[in-house]
Write a protein that binds this ligand. Structure first.
Ligand code: SAM
Length: 221
């Protein structure tokens, strides 16, 4: 049995009672970065064995873990923040488990995209989640595709590339398109700003951008 367990994206209170119980009960917790996750587990007094697992594309590592799961060891997969598999490793392990008949359960919980989308005030009944855009090759093609979508789309972006990203969005979507920058969600300096892209660009060009960022863009309709 593999549990996929969401962990807080900033505020340590954003973890479910069930997530804490599962993390205590499993035999092994697989983590992206054991130092980051050790701090989290210590905070909740979880003493379960923590093991590094960076299986972005390492077939052998994934199969080794699935062998253990298939032999009856129960494990939980966590990432540095939020839900594993969402712009984080997780998909390959979940897929390998399904192929080998190992049960997979993902607990509902913290992720950055949903609070950003809902707080933005942009239509959220139908949306597209893009995650991180490619840095170079294929970036403009993706932006062109996204700009023509008939519904809201959601991007993950680094603070260092936010201004460039807003400039590119203006080229593809137009300066008047409504969008939102959701920064530092659930943390002390949380900021959710919805405005036309031109206004967002002026705002974020005038100061140093810090923290973690989700960009939500309304549709052209
Ligand atoms: N698995 C995570 C999830 O479920 O949202 C996402 C992991 S991805 C490696 C990290 C990106 O998520 C950040 O670069 C940022 O775009 C977004 N993010 C994570 N925490 C955030 C926060 N507190 N506020 C805004 N965006 C956040």
């Amino acid at each position: 049995m593999l549990y996929i367990v969401p962990t807080p994206i900033g505020n340590l209170e954003d973890i479910t009672l069930r997530a804490i119980r599962i993390l205590k009960e499993v035999s092994v917790v697989l983590a992206e970065d054991t130092r980051t996750s050790r701090r989290l587990l210590d905070h909740y007094e979880i003493k379960t064995h923590l093991r590094a697992f960076h299986a972005h594309n390492e077939h052998a590592k994934v199969e080794h873990v699935v062998d253990e799961l298939a032999s009856g060891v129960t494990m939980a997969l966590i990432s540095d923040a939020g839900t594993p598999g969402i712009s984080d490793p997780g998909f390959l392990l979940a897929r390998a488990c399904h192929r080998r008949g190992v049960r997979v359960e993902c607990l509902p919980g913290a992720t950055a995209l949903i609070p950003a989308l809902v707080a933005s005030g942009l239509p959220c009944d139908t949306f597209h989640f893009e995650g991180f855009l490619p840095h170079k090759k294929g970036r403009q093609t993706r932006l062109k595709y996204l700009s023509a979508l008939p519904h809201t789309f959601v991007l993950y972006e680094s603070p260092f590339r936010l201004v460039k990203c807003l400039e590119e969005l203006i080229v593809h979507c137009g300066a008047d398109r409504q969008a939102c920058v959701a920064r530092e969600l659930s943390k002390k300096f949380e900021e959710v700003k919805t405005a036309p892209l031109s206004e967002l660009l002026a705002h974020y060009t005038s100061k140093e951008v810090k923290g973690e960022i989700v960009v939500v863009v309304g549709s052209w309709q």
